[in-house]
Design a protein. Structure first.
Length: 320
């Protein structure tokens, strides 16, 4: 008798779902606004810088997407999106206002925001698709541009002002976002830096004082305007130590003495060697600080005819 051994092989085929890969933020980097130029607090106009980034879909199928933006670290109030960058100058924090826009226009309707602020589903405040027809296609990268704007006329101390904004990429159509936690595919922290330049400027209301026919005790006035975003010291010195000398004949011995008063202070004689410190000041306003000055002639003795001159040098320097 033959014995037959039968072996049954059972083949099992398991259907294992292939999980989709996450959408990815690309070319998202820290930003130095107007690198090499910086922010001039005295400029009368603001400036916008365009910055690019990308979203990549590594999947074969088209995907919904939404890119949102946190408000930053130093807003004036939680959720108000009044973005500010911060720098500490001599132990005190100072803030520089700035904003992120979706378009190259200073338009509050296009401020880039996060989910909580765009719950009214305004496509103006984020990047994303609005329907199935404009999803990001499979194996595709989309490129975007956002705009960093700094308003003019912010007189703050010089330094590197920084803020951090997080870019958040969700795999969800923007107007169906109800819970952002389970749709977050990628996020990047972007440090935005604004280099504020030093302002240390002095101007006089006149370039020369002309007494024409000098008289003992006669005085003339002028103003000094100081603009500064640092602590400063202002000094003055006289080329001829507070006397007017004949300008064309070197050996003329007669001179005209004078005294000088700063900011409605007492009249004093000036030196030709060291600056007389007139004022130690802090940051000025945007329009500057104006100081009145007076030059008063002393006793005038008989003079050789001609022109008599002296030169005042005003020096403005930063206090370290």
């Amino acid at each position: 008798m033959k014995h037959v051994l039968k072996v049954t092989l059972l083949l099992l085929f398991l259907s294992i779902p292939v999980l989709g890969a996450n959408l990815v933020l690309q070319n998202v980097s820290n930003v130095t606004w107007r690198s090499g130029i910086g922010y001039d607090p005295t400029s009368a106009s603001g400036y916008t810088e365009a910055v690019n980034f990308s979203v990549n879909n590594p999947n074969a199928s088209a995907q919904h997407y939404a890119v949102l933006f946190t408000e930053g670290n130093y807003t004036t109030g939680q959720g108000d999106y009044n973005r500010r960058a911060m720098f500490i100058y001599k132990g005190t924090p100072y803030y520089l206002n700035y904003q992120l826009y979706k378009i190259n226009s200073v338009n509050t309707s296009y401020v880039l925001k996060d989910y909580s602020a765009v719950s009214t589903y305004t496509i103006n405040n984020l990047y994303g698709n609005t329907s199935n027809s404009d999803r990001i296609l499979g194996k595709t990268t989309l490129n975007f541009t956002y705009y960093v704007y700094v308003p003019p006329n912010q007189l703050v101390p010089p330094g590197a002002y920084t803020d951090t904004v997080q870019f958040r990429l969700h795999n969800k159509r923007y107007n169906t976002l109800t819970s952002v936690n389970n749709t977050l595919h990628d996020s990047r922290n972007v440090v935005i830096t604004f280099d504020v330049i030093r302002v240390l400027d002095i101007t006089a209301s006149v370039s020369a004082l002309d007494f024409q026919t000098p008289v003992t005790g006669e005085n003339l006035n002028f103003n000094i305007l100081v603009k500064s975003n640092v602590n400063y010291t202002l000094g003055v010195r006289s080329s001829n130590s507070s006397v007017l000398k004949h300008s064309t004949i070197a050996n003329v011995q007669t001179t005209i003495p004078y005294t000088y008063a700063f900011n409605n202070g007492v009249l004093q004689s000036l030196s030709n060697v060291n600056n007389i410190v007139l004022s130690n000041g802090n940051l000025t306003t945007l329009t500057g600080t104006t100081f009145p000055n007076k030059v008063q002639l002393g006793t005038i003795t008989p003079l050789v005819s001609g022109s008599y001159q002296d030169q005042l040098t005003l020096e403005l320097s930063e206090i370290p």
